[in-house]
Ligand binder design. Structure first.
Ligand SMILES: C[S@@+](CC[C@H](N)C(=O)[O-])C[C@H]1O[C@@H](n2cnc3c(N)ncnc32)[C@H](O)[C@@H]1O
Ligand SMILES: Nc1nc2[nH]cc(C(=O)O)c2c(=O)[nH]1
Ligand code: SF4
Ligand SMILES: [Mg+2]
Length: 235
């Protein structure tokens, strides 16, 4: 059995959400059941890039994680694309037996039994600006599957007022999930630089929006890796 892998990179720091700053090796799976208008990882989503994805066995992925981490147990983040459309159970079992921790980023459209074996499950339902719409029954199945994960959180990207209002509704549906908000990056072309002032302005807007609203539940964070490296891949 092989998995479609777009890239494996690191160690770097986790740039987003609950594990921000954590030394991490990323395993980015190829293929996604969504097409978010602002996706920053199209090279792992669009089938035009399919020829760049490598079929890899669990053992081959694991060897690469070992090589990149120098054999030091750290956190492996499964991202994509949507990693949940493939079976990562054997890789997680292998890595955990060696003392590594596993996180997974997924939109919550497809649930997997292995969600329960993770250290951190990040569910990132998509707001209106994405152009996608959430199947809340499928999302609830993901929450159920993740019940035995050590930690499970919700992370929502916010571009505008409609996304902000939507995030409140999403939180009300799953109030027990710790909530993280991050401003959207509108500029995702890997060839073009990001505008740091624009990103700062978006973070300021989101922070002030929540504070003046008296909504003190979410943690609000930038994409740290974008501030450091812009849209560069493999960091
Ligand atoms: C590329 S996705 C891959 C995992 C999964 N498909 C998902 O969306 O959760 C990883 C994270 O990046 C976020 N993301 C994608 N494009 C973004 C953008 N333009 N600005 C801010 N966050 C973005 C997603 O919302 C998700 O939380
Ligand atoms: N440093 C770093 N942090 C990240 N957090 C989430 C990422 C992702 O694309 O899933 C990501 C990424 O690609 N790089
Ligand atoms: S669900 Fe994630 S990987 Fe898929 S298109 Fe949306 S942001 Fe990109
Ligand atoms: Mg990313």
């Amino acid at each position: 059995m092989t998995l479609r892998i777009a890239e494996i990179f690191g160690p770097t720091i986790q740039g987003e959400g609950a594990l921000i700053g954590e030394p991490t090796v990323f395993v980015r799976a190829g293929g996604c059941d969504y097409r978010c208008s602002w996706c920053d990882s199209l090279h792992a989503v669009d089938s035009a890039y399919r020829h760049t994805w490598t079929p890899m066995s669990d053992a081959e992925i694991w060897d690469e994680v070992l090589r990149l981490s120098g054999g030091q147990a750290l956190t492996v983040s499964l991202s994509g694309g949507n990693p949940a459309i493939q079976d990562f159970a054997p890789l997680i079992a292998r890595g955990r037996a060696a003392g590594y921790r596993f996180a997974c980023e997924t939109q919550g459209s497809v649930s997997r039994p292995w969600f329960g074996d993770l250290d951190t499950l990040v569910l990132s339902p998509k707001p209106p600006s994405s152009g996608e719409s959430v199947d809340w029954a499928a999302f609830a199945a993901c929450v159920k599957a993740g019940q035995t994960a050590r930690q499970m959180v919700m992370k929502i990207v916010i571009f505008d007022e409609a996304d902000y209002d939507w995030a409140k509704d999403a939180h009300a549906r799953h109030p027990d999930l710790p909530l993280y908000l991050q401003p959207g990056n509108p500029d995702v072309d890997p060839e073009s630089p990001v505008d740091p002032q624009d990103l700062a302005d978006r973070l300021e807007w989101l922070t002030e929006r929540a504070m003046t609203d008296g909504w003190f539940t979410p943690r609000i964070l930038p994409q740290l890796h974008v501030l450091i490296w812009g849209n560069k891949r493999g960091v």
